[in-house]
Design a protein around this ligand. Structure first.
Ligand SMILES: N[C@@H](CCC(=O)N[C@@H](CS)C(=O)NCC(=O)O)C(=O)O
Length: 194
């Protein structure tokens, strides 16, 4: 069984890579040079025709073409890893909840943070509710840190990096989560903090 993750530093590939590191799942990382336009070259477009990072090739499963399964979209990759490699999904309700948080992270939280017009409108409301939903030290779904935590926390942990002026003191659970995440060895490795 081999997993190959196509990624690069400071891209959304950090999310599935962090998951793989946390769970101790073996993988090979292939770095794609965005500045050198490597993601637009035929070799990479054969893996992700949209030319975006991340992508994952999992040779333990076959795709419809009979070749090793190839996936794009960080959320789909995380769900796949949780389901087939992370041993974290115990039943259909848990799977649906993990999917809910992955979609929330990528389709709602990311936009509220990084699209300026949405940020003004959405950010405080989402942060307030997230602060309420998060219990320090407890996973979002199930009994152990997992894909839902990975996706939601990866965005929250970008806050001090991209918006250092943002006062997070009204959101103590989020502040605590960011601080504890910055101490996790797997996160530090993936973010190049060691
Ligand atoms: N929704 C996608 C977004 C992928 C994406 O936009 N990746 C960026 C890097 S973070 C990328 O590949 N940008 C290069 C490009 O769009 O040309 C995901 O979550 O995987």
């Amino acid at each position: 069984m081999a997993l190959t993750l196509y990624g690069g530093p400071q891209t959304r590939a950090s999310m599935p890579r962090w998951y793989l590191e946390e769970k101790g799942i073996p993988y090979e990382l292939v770095e794609i040079d965005l500045r050198g336009n490597q993601h637009r070259q035929p070799d990479y477009l054969a893996i992700n025709p949209f030319g975006k990072l991340p992508a994952l090739v999992d040779d333990s499963l076959l795709g419809p073409d009979g070749q090793p399964l190839t996936l794009f979209e960080s959320g789909a990759i995380l769900l796949h890893l949780a389901e087939h490699h992370g041993k974290e999904i115990k039943g259909p309700a848990q799977r649906s909840l993990i999917n809910q948080w992955l979609l929330f992270a990528n389709a709602t939280l990311a936009i509220a943070l990084f699209v300026p017009s949405n940020r003004e409108r959405e950010f405080p409301r989402l942060m307030q509710e997230l602060n309420h939903q998060l219990t320090p030290g407890q996973p979002l779904v199930g009994e152990q840190w997992g894909a839902a935590d990975c996706a939601v926390t990866a965005y929250l942990a970008y806050l001090p990096i991209f918006f250092p002026q943002e006062d997070l003191s009204p959101y103590p659970a989020i502040e605590a989560l960011i601080a504890s995440t910055q101490q996790r060895p797997a996160y530090r490795k993936v973010m190049g903090m060691n």
